[in-house]
Design a protein around this ligand. Structure first.
Ligand code: SAH
Length: 395
């Protein structure tokens, strides 16, 4: 067998952007921008009651408003006939202000995949991707407009960070998806008679942005997602996946929250030499300490961790890397982790391509023979630039 070629982003002509201290460019702090109006989904149940009282209404109106929003997926005052006519429009405007304007919707997979392009109050653009699978409906949400993590193979990472999204802007993506599903706009109703309207069952934070770089708003959004109806979306934490490039201190914080969401780590290389270039945040937190943090997440929550690995031709798809990855995972214990390789999706102007089917299979085989559960990820929405790493939100 001939030795497989080895390239790295730098040898391929890509130059890493540097900050003024000469370190790989990372934007943790967002540029100063005006924040969106405060919405019910930004507030705790107590704060919502306070807000409704301040507006001159009795406390029980808060629950009615929440029911409309989190159970009926509406912010339309006209439909809220259980609220008094006088002052109703003002009450709704002050508690459920519009946050996302639909700019465009693209569909594929016979209508089973929809990519939404949303405009935020300040003109920033974000995307979410809704996917129907047998037995579940998954929404891929954005947590930031743009992203500051600068990964060279990701379309979002190339555009930089515009701003953090508010908790309500994150939650509203789910509410709007549920509204579309209830209206029969996602490939039609496929549930059983008598089961009631379908809704989003799974959420993945794999849209635009680095969720752990927007930690407090992420946590607030997660709490609203799992809060039972009518005050929240009543989702199961285990059906929500938070994916990160590996911000180690934030992984530790997340593990201590007592909210057993599924945790995914975008590793993409088991060795620092390559990961320093592929995932610039590796300049702060190295592969080993990132894997230690992932294992500690499992120890704290009992939730099996996913390792994401985009297979890039001749870059990171070598059998020796699969073996090194398996060794590093096995060194930390058994049964705590599984690997999700995904052939790279093309992004505009990128010089990199997906691994060949043969290299992909060899990579998967090497992991499996080392005893690592491995699932090649099915990628959806490539035709509409809606797949992982393709979200650039251009109008
Ligand atoms: N910032 C977070 C979440 C967003 S990206 C994170 O990095 O985990 C969601 C997943 O898509 C990550 O695993 C990311 O590395 C991967 N991804 C990015 N660009 C990709 C591409 N071009 N092809 C396939 N996966 C890609």
């Amino acid at each position: 067998m001939t030795e497989k070629r080895q390239v790295r982003p730098a040898t391929e002509g890509w130059t890493q952007q540097k900050d003024d201290k000469g370190r790989p460019l990372l934007q943790f702090a967002e540029p100063k921008r005006k924040q969106p109006p405060t919405h019910f989904a930004d507030l705790s149940v107590e704060q919502r009651i306070e807000k409704v009282r301040e507006l001159g209404f009795p406390a029980f109106r808060a629950k009615q408003l929440a029911t409309h929003y989190f159970s009926h997926y509406t912010s339309d005052a006209e439909q809220m006939t259980d609220l008094p006519g006088t002052g109703r429009a003002e009450l709704v405007e002050a508690t459920l202000p519009p946050l996302l304007t639909e700019v465009r919707r693209l569909q594929t997979d016979k209508g089973d995949t929809i990519k939404f392009l949303w405009r935020l109050f300040d003109g920033a653009l974000v995307e979410s991707v809704l996917m129907r699978y047998p037995g579940r409906i998954t929404l891929c949400v954005s947590s930031q407009a743009g992203c500051g993590m600068n990964c060279p193979f990701c379309a979002t990472g190339q555009a930089g960070l515009t701003r953090n999204m508010s908790a309500a802007e994150i939650v509203e993506q789910v509410v709007r998806a549920n509204r579309a599903i209830a209206a029969g706009e996602l490939g039609g109703y496929k549930g059983k008679p008598g089961e009631g309207p379908e809704r989003v069952s799974n959420i993945v934070f794999m849209g635009m942005g680095e969720p752990l770089a927007n930690y407090n708003r992420l946590m607030s959004a997660l709490r609203t997602m799992v809060e039972p109806q009518p005050n929240g979306l009543g989702m199961s934490a285990r059906n929500i996946t938070v994916s990160t490039v590996g911000l180690v201190p934030a992984i530790g914080k997340l593990a201590a929250e007592g909210l057993p969401v599924t945790f995914a780590l975008s590793l993409h290389a088991p060795d620092d030499q390559l990961r320093d270039e592929l995932i610039p945040v590796n300049s702060r937190w190295k592969v080993n300490e990132t894997l230690d943090a992932a294992k500690a997440y499992f120890d704290a929550t009992g939730r099996r961790v996913s390792i994401e690995y985009a297979l890039i031709r001749d870059m990171n798809d070598h059998v020796w890397r699969a073996e090194l990855l398996a060794k590093k995972l096995n060194d930390r214990g058994r049964g705590w982790v599984h690997v999700n390789p995904i052939p790279l999706n093309p992004t505009p102007g990128s010089i990199w391509t997906a691994s060949t089917p043969e290299a992909t299979q060899a990579f998967v085989n090497a992991l499996e023979s080392a005893g690592i559960p491995t699932t090649l990820r099915d990628t959806r929405g490539k035709e509409i630039d809606g797949a992982c790493g393709q979200l650039a939100a251009a109008d």
